[in-house]
Structure formats: C-alpha cells, structure tokens
Design a protein around this ligand. Structure first.
Ligand SMILES: Nc1ncnc2c1ncn2[C@@H]1O[C@H](COP(=O)(O)OP(=O)(O)OP(=O)(O)O)[C@@H](O)[C@H]1O
Ligand SMILES: [Mg+2]
Length: 239
C-alpha cells in the first residue's frame, strides 16, 4: 500500500476522521505519511480545513491542499462561482506521484462522495484513482440509509475497474440502534468488500495519544490496527 484514495458515501460521513486514523497509525509505526486534500470547498466553523484536522489528530504528517474554495459546494461549482482554477485528475495524480517518492504512504481525500464533479469536464475523484491505478476506501455512515449509498458507490467502483479495499464506518455511535447493529453484517455485503473498521463517535475530539489508541482499536490489521469485524459484530449482535 503506498497510495490510497479515501471516498465516502457522501459529505460529512467521516472521511477526514478515517484519513486521520490511518495516518496516525502509519505515522506512529514510523512510516512517512502524506495526506492530500484534492479540493477544500468550504471551511469548518473555526476557519480551518480538513488538513488542519488531520494534523491535529495524526501529528506531523505532510499535508497538501490542491485547491481551496470558500463556498461549501461541489468543487466544480465552487470554482466556477469564485473564478478560481479547477483541480483535475492530472493535478491530483501529479501531487500524489511527487509525494509518493518521499513518503511511504500517500492518502488522498476527495470532497463529498465519489461522483462529485471537480471540473468542467465532469472529472471526479474516481477518475483520479482510475488514472493512477490505485485502490479506494469507502467511508460510510452507520445509520439507516447507508446500505443503498454504499452499494451505489461500490457498483460504480466495480463498473470502472477501480479496486475497492473495503468500507470503514466513519462514526460508530456509543449507543447503536437496531439499523446500525444490523448494518455490521449487511454493510460488507452492500460494499462487496470487507468491513475494515469503525471509528467511535467522538474520536475527532480526542487528543493525539487517545486518538491513536482509538484508531488502532477501530481499524483492521490491514492499516496496522486490531479491529476484528466478526468480534465487533458479535459485541453488538442484534437479537
Ligand atoms: N468518529 C468521529 N468522531 C468525532 N467526530 C466525527 C467522527 N466522524 C465524523 N465526525 C465529525 O463529523 C463531521 C464530518 O466528518 P468529516 O469532516 O470527517 O467528514 P468528511 O466525510 O470528511 O466530509 P467532507 O466531505 O466535508 O470532507 C466533522 O465535524 C467531524 O468532526
Ligand atoms: Mg473531509
């Protein structure tokens, strides 16, 4: 694994938190990590962007933001409204390939879901992953409605010949309802790929040491963590 692209079933599903968790473990294991935010459209309430979150949670990783738009819109729309340049698959691939030379792991986070447009040609983060020939990781919600959005995302990846690593639940509730508990069994089926983790709700507010611990518990050995999907599902088995 050297370059992976993190996508999600939509905006606000926890892509940045999952990206930070993967980066935190790799960084703590002594690997040189770089995180690319392809386009930051809209800022958090405190005026920061996703890469600020990554640095706060994962520590001293290299970060690169390829475009910043103030409007919280799809990147193409935000670029058009602001008159700023768009970011296309070639720009994302160039940044990833440059950082790949000096890092052991490059993680790319898109904006919103898989088919959000980045430029006037209708390019998406899926085109960037396909052009680079690198796998994608899906981040999904725990709640009702996630199976359809996950299946839609997975089907597009399959159709386009993009490798899907698996699915990670971005925010696992402290008190999961029936749908969330059943989804532990059904999400990997909808994704056609393994459940590679579940990051606990609230993890984004932890300090870096606590976040690392939570990342290891919430991500599979594939990412250097201890998450065991079968054991996790057993804990929450719905009667
Ligand atoms: N496990 C978690 N712990 C704490 N907060 C979380 C968690 N997952 C998501 N959040 C919060 O939910 C919101 C959305 O999460 P995040 O920014 O990771 O989503 P995203 O998929 O990266 O969205 P975007 O498309 O805007 O990049 C943020 O305010 C984040 O702090
Ligand atoms: Mg994000």
């Amino acid at each position: 694994m050297s370059v992976i692209v993190v996508t999600g079933t939509g905006t606000g599903v926890g892509k940045t938190i999952v990206t930070s968790a993967i980066a935190a473990i790799a960084q703590s294991d002594g690997r040189r990590v770089a995180v690319i935010k392809a386009a930051q459209a809209g800022l958090h309430e405190d005026g920061t962007g996703d890469l600020d979150t990554v640095r706060r949670l994962a520590g001293a990783v290299t970060t690169r933001e390829l475009a910043r738009y103030l409007d919280p819109l799809a990147p193409e729309t935000a670029a058009r409204r602001s008159g700023l340049p768009t970011v296309g698959p070639a720009d994302i691939a160039a940044a990833a390939s440059q950082l790949d030379e000096t890092h052991d792991l490059v993680i790319i986070e898109g904006a919103g879901g898989l088919l959000v447009r980045f430029d006037g040609n209708g390019s998406t983060i899926a085109d960037a992953a396909w052009a680079m020939g690198v796998p994608m990781l899906m981040v999904a919600q725990a709640s009702l409605g996630t199976l359809n959005a996950t299946a839609l995302t997975a089907e597009v990846l399959l159709k386009r010949g993009i490798e899907s690593l698996g699915v990670v639940i971005g925010s696992w509730p402290a008190e999961p309802d029936l749908a969330a508990r059943c989804n532990l069994e059904d999400l990997p089926v909808a994704a056609g790929a393994p459940l590679l983790g579940a990051i606990p709700e609230g993890a984004g507010q932890l300090n870096p040491a606590q976040f690392l611990e939570s990342a290891r518990a919430g991500l599979s050995p594939w990412f250097g963590g201890d998450f065991d999907p079968e054991q996790f599902a057993m804990t929450y088995k719905s009667g």
